[in-house]
Ligand binder design. Structure first.
Ligand SMILES: Nc1ncnc2c1ncn2[C@@H]1O[C@H](COP(=O)(O)OP(=O)(O)OP(=O)(O)O)[C@@H](O)[C@H]1O
Length: 739
């Protein structure tokens, strides 16, 4: 390769001679081209930014709306990042200390001992490096002196030292990995504690808008922070030892030669390193911000993939692959664009870094090493030689000195280079640290019930409930009291969504065990939201709510199937140990499965085989399984949110009767008139924020329903329409719809 290049250069030079172009013209052109390329590189993003700011509609690659939407999300994410730029500053220091306190909880923690061990091995490694450097110097000396015996002796020492040296190297890597794993375990443990406290995993996603991809921070970012910290510890400690011990060794070595130039070499090296460090710091790109943005984009890509996997069946039925593919492609494209940007930024920085560290420093090192030889007072220098080396000649002495000094300098130079490149790693660490520290502080706040979400304050002049705001955040002013007497009481409680929409201004309700409540009303009127407020998932913004603790059991229309065997599905959220403690046997489970007509699943799959029950069970089977769960737990109240919509009416009736017989009080959202007879009270929302709570007379309500059915079959007249409207009002149903 070098031969080809030199041939090419030779030909080019001949051509230049032929064309009679002076050499300095060519050099000027090359320098000019480099400067132009660099200016374009710097100016392009700025010009692009100005153009895109003025023409936001031209941003998308094609006119596809999806691409535009994704672009808008992408830009809003970028804006968010610009607000808090992670860098090597005081904020990073505080965040880092916070994480360190979690990673190293005390003086006598396992991590301290691992770090001490790691430090000892790093020190040993440096010591061995110095020993090997001087050994190599003596080997070269005996080669020059043609002393075979001494050469073989030194070479045997060299091989002998290789065994502990390689063990030390391997041990350093082993300890670094162990420390990274220990740090990671501490962070993971801490984050899981926060994530699962006060249902934060739900609240952070629904009620708070600050963390878009919790999973990315909980997995990748924590892993990166712990491995970077462990790596950086070695990456900074080892070079420091190296520099210290190498400097001592070099000074000793130089003292043995000449005092006059003792400080000249180190002065040259220190000045060169100082100046180049300053230059690198000045021109260094914002790596912290860049890696944080990269993590965000990776998280978004992971999120799009997860959505696809979770909803694969629906997407396949719809044939929605085109839309999903474009979402995936966009998410990936943003990641690629960003990575290309990072690579581009790194290209110039690494070039400068390499130029300074590889060439400028090596040059300075060579000057420092050669100074004692070049500036020696006499041309035939008589070294201070040891007793063993009295027979030595000046040339072999100089060779030994030069080889040892060169090795020491190389190791020292390498150490300074590693220290300098650590700066880049620290700034990158700042990006991940900011994300993890932010995750922890958001989870802590969410756990305390403090949420931050971008909500639009509605200036509503009407009479209804007004949400109180502090700054731009709503303040829940309601009282939530956990009572011991199993009653549910709501006094002037509004139903407010996480987006601060008031669905119902004030709700008053009193339910005692044995009073089975039917909840009806049009879509979106706040039926399920009432359950969320009763269960304590959504804040109480006003009034007072009294509810028994741990006595409500919610069953949705699409029940969740847990990872595990069939038994785990029935007893969820209990564990097998809880089941044993409750003295429930498999016979009891068999009885429950018979009650929900699922005994065939027990015969087919047994209780112990682990399967993907979410996919295996049909919609109706999953709903029956959820009812089996209800029968296993026998709570005081069951919040049933259209949870039997896929079950046949006769089986559904059996289940409701069985639940009542078990002493479970039902609170049911349903559109099926066949379930009315199981309820004693009714809460009827009208969809405009009003409601009616009364005793339910199922027989009279059913006769109203059949009258409505008859009227709907008749031709339209004023009298018919008037009566229909009246019936709809009484039944709490939409005007032209039969439930
Ligand atoms: N997580 C959420 N964030 C913001 N708004 C929400 C959220 N969940 C529900 N809403 C809104 O709250 C309102 C009431 O929703 P809710 O689920 O209580 O309706 P519903 O009466 O149960 O309707 P349906 O009969 O269709 O299930 C709706 O306008 C809905 O869009």
């Amino acid at each position: 390769m070098p031969a080809v290049v030199s041939k090419f250069l030779e030909r080019a030079d001949q051509a230049r001679d032929y064309l009679n172009i002076p050499r300095h013209y060519i050099a000027g052109a090359i320098v000019g081209a480099c400067i132009t390329a660099y200016s374009v590189k710097i100016a392009y993003p700025i010009i692009d930014g100005i153009i895109n700011k003025n023409n936001p509609q031209e941003v998308s690659v094609n006119n596809n709306n999806l691409v535009k939407n994704a672009e808008i999300i992408h830009r809003s994410q970028l804006k968010k990042f610009r607000k808090t730029v992670p860098a090597l500053n005081l904020q990073f220091l505080f965040q880092f200390i916070k994480l360190m306190k979690i990673m190293i909880p005390g003086f006598f923690s396992k991590e301290i001992f691992q770090l001490l061990g790691h430090t000892a091995f790093l020190f040993l490694r440096t010591y061995l490096s110095i020993y090997v450097a001087s050994l190599e110097g003596s080997i070269v000396k005996y080669i020059v002196r043609k002393d075979t015996k001494m050469f073989v002796r030194q070479l045997s020492k060299w091989f002998f030292i290789a065994v502990p040296a390689t063990f030390v190297n391997s041990m350093i890597r082993y300890l670094e990995s162990r420390i990274a794993l220990s740090f990671r375990s501490r962070l993971v443990e801490h984050s899981y504690g926060l994530y699962f406290r006060n249902q934060s995993y739900y609240r952070v996603a629904v009620l708070d808008g600050r963390l878009e991809n919790c999973s990315q921070r909980l997995t990748d970012d924590i892993e990166t922070v712990s491995s970077s910290v462990a790596h950086l510890y070695g990456h900074i400690t080892k070079p420091m030892f190296d520099i210290l011990l190498m400097a001592i060794a070099l000074i000793k070595l130089r003292r043995s030669r000449d005092h006059t130039t003792l400080f000249a070499g180190p002065l040259v090296i220190c000045s060169v390193i100082g100046v180049s460090a300053l230059i690198l710091k000045l021109v260094s790109p914002k790596f912290g911000q860049l890696v944080a943005q990269e993590a965000e984009k990776k998280g978004h890509l992971r999120y799009v993939h997860t959505r696809l996997i979770t909803n694969s069946e629906e997407i396949a039925f719809y044939g929605g692959h085109k839309v999903e593919l474009s979402h995936l492609r966009n998410a990936y494209r943003y990641l690629v664009q960003h990575m290309e940007h990072i690579f581009g930024v790194k290209l110039w920085f690494v070039m400068l870094e390499q130029f300074l560290m590889k060439y400028v420093w090596s040059g300075a090192g060579l000057i420092a090493v050669s100074l004692p030889i070049l500036l020696a007072r006499s041309t035939v220098y008589e070294p201070r030689i040891s007793v063993d080396d009295r027979i030595g000649d000046p040339v072999s002495e100089r060779t030994q000195y030069f080889t040892t000094a060169k090795n020491l300098l190389l190791t020292g130079g390498d150490a300074v280079e590693r220290l300098m490149s650590s700066y880049k790693e620290i700034v990158e660490l700042a990006g991940h640290t900011a994300r993890v520290a932010n995750l922890f502080s958001v989870l802590e706040e969410v756990g305390r019930g403090e949420y931050h979400k971008t909500v639009v304050q509605k200036k509503d002049k009407s009479e209804g409930f007004q949400i109180e705001f502090r700054g731009d955040q709503p303040v829940p002013r309601g009282k939530l009291i956990y009572s011991n007497n199993y009653e549910i009481v709501l006094k002037h409680v509004p139903i407010v969504t996480p987006n601060c929409d008031v669905v119902c201004s004030s709700l008053d309700l009193e339910i005692h065990p044995g009073q089975h409540l039917l909840i009806t009303g049009p879509n979106g009127c706040g039926k399920s939201s009432l359950f969320r407020i009763l269960s304590g998932l959504w804040p109480v913004y006003g009034g007072e709510l009294r509810t028994p603790k741990n006595s409500l059991f919610y069953i949705p229309q699409r029940p969740y199937m847990v990872i595990g065997n069939l038994r785990d599905q029935i007893i969820y959220p209990d564990t097998y140990a809880d089941m044993i403690n409750k003295q429930v046997t498999e016979d009891d489970l068999n009885k429950i499965m018979r009650m929900v007509h699922l005994e065939h699943i027990v015969q087919r799959d047994g209780y112990h085989s682990v399967k993907d029950w979410q996919d295996i069970l049909s919609g109706g089977e999953k709903q029956r399984m959820a009812i089996a769960r209800l029968f296993y737990h026998k709570p005081k109240y069951a919040l049933l949110d259209e949870c039997t919509s896929a079950i046949s009416i006769d089986v559904e009736n059996d289940m409701y009767q069985a639940a009542i017989d078990m002493g479970i009080t039902l609170m049911t959202i349903t559109h099926r008139p066949t379930l009315w007879k199981f309820h004693t009270h009714i809460l009827q929302f009208d969809g405009t924020g009003s409601w009616e709570f009364s005793v339910l007379n199922a027989t009279s309500r059913l006769s109203l329903k059949s009258e409505k059915e008859q009227l709907l079959k008749q031709p339209e007249t004023d009298a018919r329409n008037e009566r229909l409207e009246e019936l709809n009002r009484l039944l709490g149903e939409d005007s032209d719809k039969m439930d």
